[in-house]
Design a protein around this ligand. Structure first.
Ligand SMILES: *[C@@H]1O[C@H](CO)[C@@H](O)[C@H](O)[C@H]1NC(C)=O
Ligand SMILES: *[C@@H]1O[C@H](CO)[C@@H](O)[C@H](O)[C@H]1NC(C)=O
Ligand SMILES: *[C@@H]1O[C@H](CO)[C@@H](O)[C@H](O)[C@H]1NC(C)=O
Ligand SMILES: CC(=O)N[C@H]1CO[C@H](CO)[C@@H](O)[C@@H]1O
Length: 438
């Protein structure tokens, strides 16, 4: 029996909200399309600090300073009812309300317990995360950022959940990095101020009005899943990449990336053992950072949400017959369609159609055939040292959305990749355990 006991839960506010001065952030189509998304939840496992290192007050104080800089995380989502046209609109009020800070203890749990999957105790890991089941929409009453510090027998787990309408992974990890630096050095000098660049589409009126009927949150459906972490060493990755490019080489000059080769491998392996019919359609959805793809490009540090999704689609039999190189090339081709024009057209169409509810409805077998890839090996995970040592592992809490969730992180050793995979039981096969499994 795992016991995670909450010692305290409080709100950490930015000490000084002068910088934000109640900034109002209007939401773009790229933010609003996330209205029904679960808060992304991630966590880092750290070694246990010395008894004398009183980490809780330090983490709180440095979080308060970090929130001064990254003030949108301390704000709240505001919903405005537009009675005249029976619509609602949303904005983020950077009012300094603060982020939730949970301090918990799980004295009986060791690092290995958390790292090794427990099929016998589903939901075990959830207690280590602070924002279970929260959706972006809930930001009207819930903090936009929640963190949880869980002191374990031989380590500390620092986890967080954030409202995806406020920031994407790139911006989130910049914030996290800043927080750890402030905590380590006890000072916020040398810290860059936030680059908050409003980037709006020409010709779209803000705030965007959303019909009340579209604003309903569909009920969550639970599908039983299994979660496993795949580990690809640098050598595994270069082998997969060489294999994929070798297969492609005979037909085209195009080359796929390491990540595309790894994702194609997982796509192939999962559907191979899934029992899906050969003529069922399967999809691999990959998120990409658009900052440098826009014209003119945004600064790489620009705060906000600038991601877009590419979707490779093929019949199960087609993927299986063609193999690794072909699947990687399909992903590669779709990622290449993520251009400035494509991004803007998406925004314009979104405003015309105002599709807030997910297009893929839950419950049916169909949704299983989506592989959804989030996070990125580019994010600096292992650099975050709060002052008593670097992280030793990273984990995610995917919740139960739909389909197969693949959350990609860089691995602990340079050049390696970890993929936190949550697979519906209906597609699961123990054959998947043969390769690259931690
Ligand atoms: C906020 O700004 C005002 C005027 O610029 C200044 O007087 C005040 O000291 C600042 N507050 C803090 C907490 O820094
Ligand atoms: C911490 O401070 C020291 C000296 O003030 C500096 O050399 C170092 O770069 C700082 N480290 C970080 C992570 O900011
Ligand atoms: C992955 O690489 C490791 C060493 O880097 C090797 O031991 C292992 O066999 C490789 N896995 C596969 C499936 O090739
Ligand atoms: C809520 C929020 O921060 N939205 C931002 C998403 O990213 C774009 C591009 O930087 C900004 O314009 C939005 O303000």
């Amino acid at each position: 029996m795992v016991e995670v006991i909450v010692i305290s839960s409080s709100m950490v506010r930015p000490e000084n909200i002068n910088q934000s001065g109640h900034t109002k952030i209007h939401l773009s189509p790229y933010d609003l399309k996330l209205l029904n998304f679960l808060y992304p939840q991630r966590g880092l496992l750290f070694p246990k600090p010395d008894q004398e290192t009183n980490i809780i007050p330090r983490l709180k104080a440095s979080l308060s300073t970090a929130l001064e800089i990254y003030f949108p995380f301390a704000g709240r989502l505001v919903k405005v009812n537009n009675q005249e046209d029976n619509t609602v609109s949303f904005y983020i009020d950077c009012d300094g309300s603060g982020a939730k800070f949970v301090h918990a203890k799980a004295d009986s749990v060791s690092i290995n317990d958390l790292l090794q999957p427990h099929d016998s105790a589903p939901g075990f890991k959830r207690c280590f995360f602070p924002a279970n089941d929260l959706k972006s929409y809930d930001g009207v009453s819930e903090p936009l950022l929640a963190v949880q510090i869980t002191e374990m027998r031989d380590g500390v787990f620092i986890s967080f959940g954030y409202n995806h309408m406020v920031a994407d992974g790139t911006s989130f990890w910049n914030f996290f990095n800043t927080w750890s630096k402030i905590c380590m050095n006890d000072s916020s000098s040398n810290i860059q101020p936030l680059v908050l660049k409003d980037w709006f589409l020409d010709g779209i009126d803000y705030p965007i009005h959303i019909p009340v009927s579209e604003n309903v949150t569909p009920s969550r459906f639970e599908i039983p899943t299994k979660e496993r972490v795949f580990h690809f060493t640098k050598k595994n990755i270069s082998d997969l990449k060489a294999k994929a490019n070798g297969q492609i080489g005979s037909t085209t000059d195009l080359k796929v990336s390491s990540l595309q080769a790894v994702l194609a491998y997982l796509w192939l392996s999962i559907i191979k053992h899934s029992g899906l019919n050969r003529d069922e359609k399967t999809h691999c959805i990959v998120a990409a950072d658009m900052r440098r793809r826009l014209n003119p490009p945004l600064e790489a540090e620009c705060f906000g949400n600038v991601t877009h999704q590419a979707m490779a689609t093929a019949a199960v039999g087609e993927v299986l017959d063609h193999g690794l190189g072909w699947a990687a090339l399909e992903i590669n081709k779709q990622v290449k369609t993520l251009t400035n024009e494509n991004y803007k057209t998406f925004g314009e169409n979104w405003v015309k159609n105002l599709m807030v509810a997910p297009k893929i409805s839950g419950g049916s077998r169909k949704v299983d055939t989506y592989l959804i890839v989030t996070s990125s090996p580019w994010f600096e995970v292992y650099e975050n040292d709060f002052g008593w040592g670097k992280p030793i592992a990273v984990r995610a809490e995917p919740g139960t959305g739909f389909g197969v969730s693949l959350i990609v992180f860089r691995g602990l050793e340079e050049g390696s990749i970890d993929v936190d995979a949550t697979i519906p039981l209906s597609l699961w096969s123990d054959e998947l355990l043969n390769h690259y499994m931690i």
